[in-house]
Design a protein around this ligand. Structure first.
Ligand SMILES: [Zn+2]
Length: 209
């Protein structure tokens, strides 16, 4: 199987670029056809019963991604993309420092499911509407949290962004995300980021705070 040229994933844009190339090369489309991605990397998905805090895990020696069957389908899509990111790292297709690994896998997943240009198009089309995030969710089939994080990363939701530094900040950011749109898609709104708190973005106040 062929892969895009390996990239250094030290920075977010490396992971985003890698995802963009894969999306293009495999013609994943919108919503991204993850079966094509899984076929490409030679990984199977197994849906399992698991506690709600568990989203998914890559079992590298078996080439399997285990996914919590109880998650909403859109959350499962994001988790699968995230675990494929881990697979790319493990296979040495990309290089990343250990402490950056979770973050860049999130950036990879977000950009694989929500290509930046297309996300910008949608955000502009629905700019100023309270249901903008819901349109992004429905268009790309992602959870509200994933949509908000990508929109903020692309600076398409109000507020400055910065990486979270503490677990307390992560909890506060999740509470904030919870209120960022009144979308009538309740079962897609279970928090995605129960573990990978380092990747949640928050509004950072300019100046003193
Ligand atoms: Zn991870």
């Amino acid at each position: 199987m062929t892969h895009p040229r390996p990239l250094w994933w030290q920075e977010d844009h490396g992971a985003a670029e890698y995802a963009r190339r894969l999306w293009q090369q495999l013609t994943l489309g919108i919503p991204a056809e993850l079966a094509l991605l899984l076929q490409h990397v030679g990984i199977a998905v197994e849906y399992i019963d698991a506690p709600s805090g568990f989203r998914g895990a890559l079992i590298p020696e078996a080439d399997v991604i285990k996914i919590n069957r109880g998650l909403h389908r859109w959350q499962q899509r994001y988790t699968i993309a995230h675990e494929v990111g881990h697979c790319c790292v493990r296979r040495g297709e990309v290089t990343v420092r250990a402490e950056r690994r979770e973050r860049v896998c999130q950036v990879f997943a977000a950009n694989l499911l929500m290509p930046a240009d297309l996300t910008r198009d949608i955000a502009r089309r629905y700019q100023g509407r309270e249901d903008m995030v819901a349109y992004v969710m429905a268009h790309f089939q992602v959870s509200r949290e994933a949509a908000c994080i990508q929109l903020r990363r692309l600076r398409l939701l109000p507020g400055e962004m910065g990486p979270l530094e503490t677990a307390e900040e992560a909890v506060a950011a999740m509470a904030e995300l919870d209120h960022c749109v009144a979308a009538d898609l309740d079962d897609a709104t279970v928090p995605l980021f129960t573990v990978d708190v380092d990747v949640i973005y928050r509004r950072t106040n300019r100046g003193t705070n």
